[in-house]
Design a protein around this ligand. Structure first.
Ligand SMILES: Nc1ncnc2c1ncn2[C@@H]1O[C@H](COP(=O)(O)OP(=O)(O)O)[C@@H](O)[C@H]1O
Ligand SMILES: O=P(O)(O)O[C@H]1O[C@H](CO)[C@@H](O[C@H]2O[C@H](CO)[C@@H](O)[C@H](O)[C@H]2O)[C@H](O)[C@H]1O
Length: 443
């Protein structure tokens, strides 16, 4: 396969190498699925000596919806045009059919869940947006998520969705199937998963943004007085996260174990090297992380929880995307950790929602005050909901929570520097605020 991947790959939203110099992109494993459809693992090598593996279904001379033709077309080879086949509804349906059939092709395994019935004839459409992976929706019935960056091992998204669905949790979409590759020793690497689609749902990020927008439009009203108050949803979301944690603890265990302090310190060091604005703050952040010295209670958790990972269905809050932090090795993403990592992730997200809408109004003190009020109200409601289920209010663990919030904000600084440099100011502002607030950030 000899397509111009080196030009096409860096233009994709899910490409994570923006801060690095790409030196080559080579198809390392190619598996033919049909005469006009191949599966390819692409080895992207960087000038710094590092590399990443990306996954692509390459379609040949496929018909593409007009609006996606430019984005999906990779280039020409031997008189045929190669494209990202997930944009072809027909190719996407064929992938679903392979999963339904439990097919095996070369190293690829297509695995339906027991009794699952996949909508193999449904209209299919790629969803666009700020996603790490690429997902295709099949009518209102199923959603196929293809992991873009491939890391050896079983992806926690597949693993935890399966555990939670089989335990009857009302807070996840049912897993319908998966796709893996196996190496010579039979060890699996997750490549894709299909879950039931939740129709008529809204994601927590859009709902929170609508609520903040309402508040900022009514500068004289308090957060609890405007129509779009989000606090009761934040409370229910706190309950849902706590219930998911409780189910994971029952199903997969919860023990006293070493804290992730060494990894947090390494992350801080790496991020300071990438984000010069952090240099002056790093010492104070490191001091605050020391609250995690010694042992803590750990269990399997979501690992990268934020408002965009929560879907409000007509009946429940669902949590999605249990993949952990994109870009980390699978072993690290599967590692047990404190549930406070997820709580901190969601609390950070309330901060993001309010700050994001203050963009362009940086010096309006009245709006900034209102936004802070919204954040306090919703962070508080989330913790109330969480504590209502577990009996332990996260605010009773301020040192732990503040350390996890800072670690998350450091992660976000690296994430934004790589993917959305325009947003970098949000985690930087939060790091300064968290340091100034002391180790007990929530009243
Ligand atoms: N089961 C589902 N039902 C409805 N929409 C979903 C479902 N799962 C995911 N989505 C939508 O797809 C988007 C991407 O899913 P996500 O798992 O977060 O992918 P990524 O890893 O690419 O970020 C979500 O923001 C959500 O809007
Ligand atoms: O792609 P994922 O959803 O797995 O997560 C990554 O991208 C997120 C942004 O899309 C990023 O989240 C950060 O921005 C959100 C607003 O867009 C905000 O709600 C989150 O709190 C903030 O962390 C996430 O960190 C990253 O892993």
């Amino acid at each position: 396969m000899n397509l111009p991947f080196i030009e096409w790959l860096p233009k994709q939203r899910w490409y994570a190498g923006r801060a690095r110099v790409l030196s080559s992109v080579t198809p390392s494993v190619v598996t033919a699925l049909a005469p006009d459809l191949d599966h390819a693992l692409l080895l992207a090598s960087y000038a710094d000596g590092g590399s990443e593996v990306y996954q692509l279904f390459v379609g040949w001379d496929l018909e593409l919806p007009e609006e996606f033709a430019g984005q999906a077309t990779i280039g020409a080879q031997d008189g045929r045009t190669g494209c990202d086949a997930l944009f072809s509804p027909d190719a996407a349906r064929r992938l679903l059919t392979l999963i339904q059939a439990g097919a095996t092709t070369g190293p690829l395994r297509f695995l339906p869940e027991p009794e699952a019935s996949l909508p193999v004839d449904a209209p299919a459409r790629v969803i666009e947006g700020e996603q790490t992976n690429t997902s295709v929706i099949f009518d209102t019935e199923a959603i196929l998520k293809v992991f873009r960056r491939v890391n050896a091992g079983r992806n926690p998204d597949v693993e935890l969705n399966r555990v939670l669905a089989r335990a009857g949790s009302p807070h996840v979409a049912a897993l319908l199937g998966a796709m893996e590759s196996v190496d010579e020793r039979g060890a699996p690497t997750s490549l894709a998963m299909v879950t039931a689609y939740a129709p008529n749902s809204a994601d927590g990020w859009s709902m929170a943004m609508a609520s903040v927008r309402d508040l900022l439009a009514e500068a004289d009203l308090r957060a609890d007085e405007v129509g779009g108050d989000f606090a009761s949803e934040s409370f229910r979301l706190g309950e849902a996260v706590a219930e998911v944690h409780a189910t994971l603890a029952v199903e997969l265990g919860s023990v006293a174990g070493p804290s992730p302090l060494p990894e947090m310190r390494r992350r801080l060091e790496r991020t300071v090297a990438e984000v010069p604005e952090l240099v002056d703050l790093a010492g104070a952040v490191a001091d605050r992380l020391s609250a995690l010295e010694g042992q803590i209670v750990v269990q399997r958790i979501h690992g990268d929880l934020h408002l965009g990972q929560a879907l409000r269905t007509p009946d429940h809050w669902f949590l999605i995307d249990f993949e952990g932090e994109p870009g980390q090795p699978v072993a690290e993403r599967r590692r047990a950790d404190s549930p406070m990592r997820d709580v901190a992730g969601m609390l950070r997200s309330f901060d993001y929602a309010a700050n994001q809408l203050l963009r362009g109004e940086p010096n309006d003190e009245q709006l900034a005050y209102r936004a802070r009020e919204w954040v306090q109200r919703n962070r508080g409601a989330f913790c109330d909901g969480y504590g209502h289920v577990t009996g332990v209010d996260p605010r009773a663990l301020p040192g732990l929570l503040s350390a996890y919030e800072l670690d998350k904000a450091v992660y976000e600084a690296a994430y934004e520097a790589r993917h959305r440099p325009d947003w970098l100011w949000i985690p930087l502002k939060s790091i300064r605020a968290l340091l100034a607030a002391g180790p007990n950030p929530i009243p």
